[in-house]
Every structure is written in C-alpha cells, then in structure tokens.
Design a protein around this ligand. Structure first.
Ligand code: KG4
Ligand code: ZN
Length: 345
C-alpha cells in the first residue's frame, strides 16, 4: 500500500491507497479556524498547525485500517512542491524520517500533478479509474489557474495559465470585501444562487488570448463597484454582485476550456480539478460544454477537489509501477523546470 501525505498549504491530509490507485482511507484536517481571523493563510501558522496534527493523522489512518507501517506500507508519497515552504517541510521531513526508520521507498510529488490525477482516484473495491491520453485538464484553485494537455503519465504541457491572480484568489478577495466567511468561494457560490448574474457587467479578462487567463480586471472592477455602492450592502445587492462575479469567472474559464477542446479535437476526456471546481455554475455550464462537444467530463468528488492526500498517492502510482523513486525528498516552493512543458503550436 501507499501512504500519502499532503501539507503544501492549509490542509493536512493523509491517505492510504492500493497500488492501482484505489483510495481505501483518507483523513484531512483543515486550518479554517487558524486563518479565519486574517481572511487568508498565514504561512507560519500553517506550518505549526501541520506539525501539530500530521503524526496523529498518520496513526489514525493506519489504526482505522488495522495495518502497520512496518508490514503493510511499501512506499510513502509526499507533496514536496510547489507551496508554502514551511508547510512543505513539515510533510517532507516527516516522510523522509518514516522512510528511513522503517526502510520504505519514498516519492516526492508535485502538488499540481496531484490535482491532475485527482479525477482518477477510485474508491470501490475492484474498481480502477484510468485516464485516456491525451486529455485536457483545467485546474482551478485558490493558488492556481492552469489549463493542461495531459499527454502521458509524467508528461504535462501547460496550454495556458492566469497571468495574474488565480480564479479562487479573486473569489476569496471578493468575499473578503463583502465581509463573507472564509474560505470565500463557498459563500460566493451560496449567495450567487439567489442573485441576478446580469446585474453588473464584469470583464472576463483577456478574451483574445486563446488559452491564458486574467482575473485582476474582474477583481479590481468588483472592488470599485463595492466601494461605489451605498453601505452597508443589502443581502440582495451582495447576491447580485456574487452572481455577476461568478458569471464572469465561469465564462472566462469555460471560454479557454472550449478553445482547448476545439484545438485538440482528438481528445475524449476533459477534467476540472481544484477547489473552485466545486462551484455550482462552473459545474453546470461545464457539463453543457462537454455535452455540446461530446466529451466525457470528469470532476472529482469534493473531498478529492480541495487539497487532499489521495491525489498525491494517485500521482505516485505510475512511478511505483515503473520503479521510479527518490532517495530523499527535498521541499521546494516552486515546481521543477522539468515538471511541466510549455505548449508550442
Ligand atoms: O484547491 P483548494 O482547496 O486549495 C488551493 O490549492 O488553493 O482551493 C481553494 C479555493 C478557494 O479559493 C475557495 O474559495 C475555492 O477553492 N472554493 C470555491 C468553492 N469551494 C471552494 N470557489 C467557488 N465555489 C465553490 N463552491
Ligand atoms: Zn491545490
């Protein structure tokens, strides 16, 4: 079995997977309470919170499955890049130590590669989800907005990315300026369900560029709008702002996804991953888009959308099959140059 560990940002997560990619157990602890009062993640507090709970979660997972590290785990997979340096170090040092003490193999995984593999985690006994190659993956989270051509295990081309803010970051900023709870995207989604998406015309970013995104325009426009409106904002106004903002973000994301679908007509699968893929409008409109172009759309269940360890274990499976291991894992705040190719037409 694989023991997987994720600590790159503000979720501590531990998972146990079979070597084919079935997740048999996952336990995660978020840090919402730790960061809530600041309206954003405080790196030092994140590291401290990871180190307080990580070993306890590992024990809990092993105990829940009545297995032991000594006898039942063959490899430890851990996120070692990109992310908050202190937070990554907690996971990497724990994994290196356990691997050395118990004589286990170890694999360092890029967090974004984890998201790319998150749609292919199975749970039911006997079931294995396998991707078709190539396929298109849209990754949208608080820290990243990226469009990938997933060519083969370990071969990922970046078609486009946000040239400024991530989509989730823009949603979280809007939420903060509307005094909504943390993490903001969830509450923007809830309010948007009751608002008018055409109330305010927000920009959808660099429309002409085929694959890249920009969310700083919509963010600035929303801040300008909010400061021009009479305060305190009524609930109805907040609902309208959220619905209009959500519409602009969703349109921008799906426009570039559509461009990718048109550019690569041979692909049969499209995936949407990362925390923002929980968004109601994005999910609904992505379904319509996929149907229109006869593509299979795969969006993982919520627990594998937000940061989680199962996706890290899943991304380790092909390396395990090929006998590709690390001798020790080193944390790095950035991706390695060889992790992703940039796509050239
Ligand atoms: O992938 P994730 O858990 O962490 C990062 O790697 O960033 O994504 C978190 C992001 C946050 O920006 C949060 O506001 C957003 O996902 N989010 C949502 C929803 N649920 C979470 N955004 C829109 N609608 C949602 N329902
Ligand atoms: Zn993430």
């Amino acid at each position: 079995m694989i023991l997987a560990i994720e600590t790159s940002c503000d979720d501590t997560s531990v998972a146990l997977l079979e070597q084919g990619g079935r997740c048999v157990y996952q336990i995660s602890k978020d840090q919402i309470k730790v960061h809530k009062k600041y309206g954003g993640v405080v790196p030092e507090d994140a590291s401290r919170a990871h180190s307080e709970v990580l070993m306890a979660l590992i024990h809990e997972a092993l105990e829940a499955q009545s297995i032991s590290l000594e006898n039942d785990i063959s490899v430890i997979a851990v996120t070692n890049r990109p992310g908050l340096m202190g937070a990554l170090i907690v996971g990497a040092v724990t994994a290196n130590t356990l691997a050395m003490v118990y004589g286990k193999k170890i694999i360092g995984i890029n967090h974004l590669e984890g998201h790319i593999w998150s749609p292919w985690i199975s749970e039911e006994e006997g079931s294995i989800f396998k991707p078709l190659f190539p396929h298109i993956c849209l990754a949208v989270s608080g820290g990243h907005t990226q469009l990938y051509l997933v060519e083969a295990p370990g071969s990922y081309s970046v078609l486009g990315k946000s040239i400024d803010d991530a989509a989730g970051e823009a949603l979280d900023k809007l939420a903060k300026s509307l005094d909504l709870d943390f993490p903001g995207g969830v509450y923007v989604d809830q309010l948007a369900r009751h608002g008018n998406p055409d109330a305010y015309p927000f920009p959808i970013g660099i429309r002409k560029d085929k694959f890249n995104f920009s969310f700083s325009g919509v963010k600035a426009a929303s801040l300008r709008l909010i400061s021009s409106l009479k305060t305190p904002l009524s609930q109805a106004m907040k609902q309208d702002v959220c619905a209009s903002f959500e519409k602009a973000i969703t349109q921008a994301l799906l426009l570039k996804l559509k461009n990718a679908i048109v550019e690569f007509p041979e692909i049969r699968q499209v995936t949407i991953v990362g925390g923002v893929s929980a968004n109601t409008l994005l999910r609904n409109n992505a379904k319509k888009l996929a149907q229109e172009y006869s593509k299979e759309l795969v969006i993982p269940p919520q627990k594998f959308c937000t940061d989680n360890a199962a996706m890290i274990g899943r991304a380790a499976c092909w390396r395990l099959e090929g006998g590709i291991f690390d001798s020790t894992v080193v944390a790095s705040p950035r991706s390695h140059v060889e992790d992703f190719k940039s796509w050239q037409a």
